[in-house]
Design a protein around this ligand. Structure first.
Ligand SMILES: [Zn+2]
Length: 467
């Protein structure tokens, strides 16, 4: 490691996301072939306000950076200072991501070799739990006169490097550093063999953090490529930035194809409620309208998705994330079709309804339109929201087969409810598969509906009785 030119870098910023947040201070210690070769530091005007919590952490406030140069002004000098040298930083993907983004905005390419001192510490002291900068300072008796200021923190990293050379010997440090330099993409919290066995095949992956907190669940047609892409990017999304910082282990389930992967992803997200999955998260409030003017309720009635009796299929309309969203959707249909708010159950009392006063309702509430005619128009208005009737006689089995790996899986589905895999090979998935039969789920419905349309060579539908 010390046989090449190094720059120990630390940045202070306005936040954690390289894409949105900006640099407020840069500290650089230059080392050439093991010898201190100078240092440099500057405050940077981020051209945005610094959030109060960041101000109190770093001690850098808006007034201090008001007259400082902008990154653009510093960039030509800075790039010549950094270019061709190994970037050494603590949790280096953070500093690397910020520098790369700032330089890219100005049209510079900055693609250094990167060495992370968190990873270095983890590899050299695997029995230690904590590898943040404060822990390193305490453990190794390092000195720091101004924590959370860029140059002071960069100096600590240089001191740490000298310290491990003396404590462990140059050979072992060199060996580990060389390994890290040739394998820069893995987050610091992951063991070096975390990717072993990750296949180039479809499936679902799960990222865990400290204490096995579930961070994220995703799916892909190629597990290996997709998982790597979370880590190898420049962390322009805060999601990938947080995942890379917090991940401690990962797990995956190989599937026969995209259908199985999509189903498992949706199910795992609902069961595990990962921190960084917004989409597919379960909403207890999910609901749908039941409307059947012949022998059902006289007004469209809201049913909780989990309570839906699937025999009502054909008379169910819309999948909404909340009662409020459902009522808003019905209200806009009323506007569009001139329906009566009282007869839709959106307004209480006797007519004329508010919409009629605005000349929108055609007057079913005061006898100007027959109830039957109104009901027919409600059916028409709702029709585009209708949840499709189940197109099969009975439950079906979907067999998915991977054209290359030959892996095959069977999924049992009845009336848009996923009942499970008929031959689940993975213990992992079984573990989460607490049966919740017949509960309607809007995401699963949409997924099944589009998948069943695409059935073909790799996705075969076997109807019950024919199998
Ligand atoms: Zn009315």
């Amino acid at each position: 490691m010390l046989d090449r030119p190094l720059v120990f870098v630390d940045l202070e910023t306005t936040g954690a996301t390289a894409h949105f947040d900006r640099i407020t201070e840069i500290g650089v210690v230059e080392v050439d072939r093991g010898k201190y070769a100078g240092e440099w530091s500057s405050l940077v005007n981020p051209q945005v306000r610094i959030p109060p919590n960041i101000q109190s952490l770093t001690g850098i406030n808006d007034a201090m950076v008001a007259d400082a140069p902008t990154f653009e002004e510093l960039a030509p000098d800075l790039i010549s200072r950094l270019e061709g040298k190994v970037l050494v930083a603590h949790n280096a993907r953070f500093d690397h991501g910020f520098l790369r983004n700032e330089f890219r905005r100005l049209g510079y390419q900055y693609t250094p070799k990167v060495l992370c001192t968190v990873k270095l510490s983890r590899r050299l002291y695997p029995h230690e739990r904590r590898h943040n900068l404060d822990s390193l300072i305490e453990r190794h008796g390092l000195s720091c006169d101004n924590r959370h200021r860029a140059l002071a923190d960069a100096r600590v990293l240089w001191e740490f490097t000298q310290h491990i050379y003396h404590e462990l010997g140059g050979e072992i440090v060199q060996e580990i550093a060389d390994k890290l330099l040739s394998d820069p993409a893995l987050p610091s919290g992951l063991p070096s063999d975390a990717m072993n066995g990750l296949p180039d095949a479809p499936g679902v992956y799960i990222f865990y953090g400290e204490n096995d907190v579930v961070l994220y669940v995703g799916k892909s047609a190629n597990l290996r490529t997709r998982v790597m892409s979370h880590f190898s990017g420049d962390h322009s999304t805060s999601k990938d930035m947080h995942i890379s910082r917090d991940i401690r282990r990962l797990d995956w389930v190989e599937t026969a194809g995209d259908f199985g992967a999509s189903i498992k992803e949706a199910q795992l997200v609902k069961r595990l409620a990962p921190m960084h999955n917004r989409r597919l998260r379960e909403t207890k409030e999910a609901c749908t309208y039941h409307w059947d003017p012949v022998d059902g309720p006289t007004v469209p009635r809201l049913l909780k998705a989990a309570d839906i009796d699937m025999s009502l299929l054909g008379h169910l309309y819309g999948t909404f994330r909340s009662r409020r969203a459902a009522r808003t959707a019905l209200k806009s249909l009323a506007d569009e079709y001139g329906l009566c708010l009282i007869l839709l159950g959106l307004e209480k009392g006797k007519g004329p309804c508010f919409a009629h006063q605005l000349r929108k309702c055609r007057g079913a509430c005061i006898g100007r339109e027959t109830i039957l005619n109104h009901a027919m128009r409600v059916s028409l208005a709702l029709s585009k929201l209708r949840i499709s009737p189940w197109p099969y006689q009975d439950k079906i089995t979907v067999r998915e087969r991977h054209p290359v790996t030959g892996r095959s899986e069977m999924h049992v589905i009845d009336r848009w409810c996923y009942l499970g895999a008929a031959n689940t090979q993975s213990d992992l998935f079984d573990q989460y598969e607490t049966r919740r039969e017949r509960s309607f789920d809007a995401d699963t419905y949409k997924l099944l509906k589009s998948a069943l349309k695409k059935s073909g060579k790799n996705l075969e539908i076997i109807e019950s009785g024919n199998s």
